[in-house]
Design a protein around this ligand. Structure first.
Ligand code: GDD
Ligand code: MN
Length: 389
């Protein structure tokens, strides 16, 4: 095939490339995690289209098989707007992991992450994009806590909670951004690719996750905006998401020494102890003999612990159907060995310290650690974390 660039002088060729580069506009992928956002998604596509003007863009909706069938509407809309794509994930839940999946499936040089409910101001996408280029930034954070930013009409409790979470996250990343809990930001795709192996992908704090996991120093810029009220539907943030966040902070602070899951497992264990004592007192008040009463109390506590751990601590690897029975049997076995370890260590410790409470605590900690390790490994083993290649 004839190619006339072959006969062109090199200098004119590079001038042409330079001219092309000058006009080059990085492609922007807007990743939108959705769960029950049917009422927002059509208007959002239009709002983003209007806001972005001549910037080359695509939008990737990552929907977790929403009961309201957001994905269905997204696929329909994509027929009219081919720059829109939808990933429908089945059997998985989570804002962070949806964002990661959308980012990895995107084509953009830049990736923006934004909620579907209009709380993030889509008009800031353009200034963010321009700042990415002008400042050669790696990351531009949409912030509520600097410049003209704000949280709108939040009540005092929500304000305080957000403030508390922001303070906590400072423990991890210092003052790198004024709004580490922001769910609204734009970054270079290389940043996602470089940090993806180290992201926890749990909960809501994906930005914090990326900043604390990126292996390279990040040039971070900010653009302020006012957080709006949700347009349709309701928030999906739950107590559980908040608790998970707290445990993850503990895990990071202890450099992985105290896994967040262990804190939760121990908290469930402490609750189990209350169940144990409660049942013991109840049976005692009915004049049941100590041994059968204690045995019944142990049984109930184990059942309670197993059930709650399955629902809460290992929610992402929950045993369902028949798998529940062998799991429960194994759990009782493990706890019995854990109890023996508890007694053994306490017995040793009492000779060393002669303090009842210290010895008791040492025994309980070792017992809990054993139960946690064995249960995680033998009952709720999960797929291994992917390794960096
Ligand atoms: N795919 C998927 N899976 N999307 C989800 C899930 C999920 O399990 N949970 C929530 N989303 C989507 C929602 O549909 C919405 O588009 C977006 O994630 C944010 O969810 P909201 O439930 O509206 O969160 P919020 O308003 O309480 O929290 C927002 O503000 C926080 C700071 O105040 C989010 O932006 C948080 O990231 C942010 O920390
Ligand atoms: Mn919201």
């Amino acid at each position: 095939m004839h190619d006339d660039t072959v006969n062109q002088p090199i200098s004119s060729l590079s001038a042409e490339i330079n001219q092309k580069n000058k006009n080059f506009m990085p492609m922007l992928s807007v990743v939108i995690p959705t769960y029950n956002e049917k009422g927002n998604i059509a208007a959002l596509v239009e709002a983003v289209r209007d806001a972005l003007g001549d910037i080359p863009w695509e939008m990737i909706v990552v929907d977790d098989d929403s009961p309201d069938k957001t994905y269905e509407l997204a696929f329909q809309l994509a027929h009219k707007e081919p720059r829109l794509h939808c990933i429908r994930r089945v059997g998985r839940r989570g804002l962070s992991s949806a964002v990661v999946e959308g980012a990895l499936a995107s084509n953009g040089d830049f990736i923006a992450v934004m909620d579907a409910d209009f709380q993030h101001d889509e008009k800031m996408l353009k200034p963010m994009y321009e700042k990415m280029i002008a400042k050669k930034a790696d990351l531009v954070v949409g912030t509520r806590y600097a410049g003209d930013g704000g949280v709108g009409d939040w009540d005092e409790t929500r304000r305080q909670m957000s403030d508390f979470a922001t303070r906590l996250s400072r423990i991890l990343i210092g003052n790198k951004t004024s709004d580490p809990m922001s769910g609204f930001f734009m970054l270079r795709r290389e940043v996602v690719e470089a940090s993806v192996y180290d992201l926890s992908q749990q909960g809501y704090k994906i930005l914090l996750d990326i900043i604390s996991s990126a292996p390279m120093p990040l040039h971070i810029e900010e653009v302020s905006y006012v957080f709006r009220n949700r347009r349709e539907g309701e928030s999906k943030i739950s107590l559980q998401v908040m608790a998970e966040f707290l445990f993850q902070i503990i895990e990071k602070m202890s450099h992985g020494l105290i896994p967040g899951r262990f804190v939760l497992f121990s908290a469930v264990g402490a609750l189990g102890l209350c169940v144990h004592l409660g049942i013991l007192f109840l049976l005692k008040s009915y004049h049941v003999a100590f041994l059968p009463a204690q045995t019944a109390a142990i049984g109930c506590a184990m059942l309670f612990n197993f059930f709650v751990n399955n629902e809460l601590t290992y929610r992402d690897r929950k045993l369902k159907g028949w798998a529940f029975i062998p799991g429960l049997i194994l759990f009782c076995l493990i706890c019995s060995i854990g109890a023996l370890a508890n007694i053994g260590v306490a017995e040793l410790a009492i000779h060393q310290t002669s303090s009842w409470s210290l010895a008791g605590l040492a025994g309980a900690l070792i017992g809990a650690a054993f139960n946690f390790g064995a249960a995680s490994k033998l009952i709720w083993e999960r797929v291994k974390k992917p390794k960096r290649k």
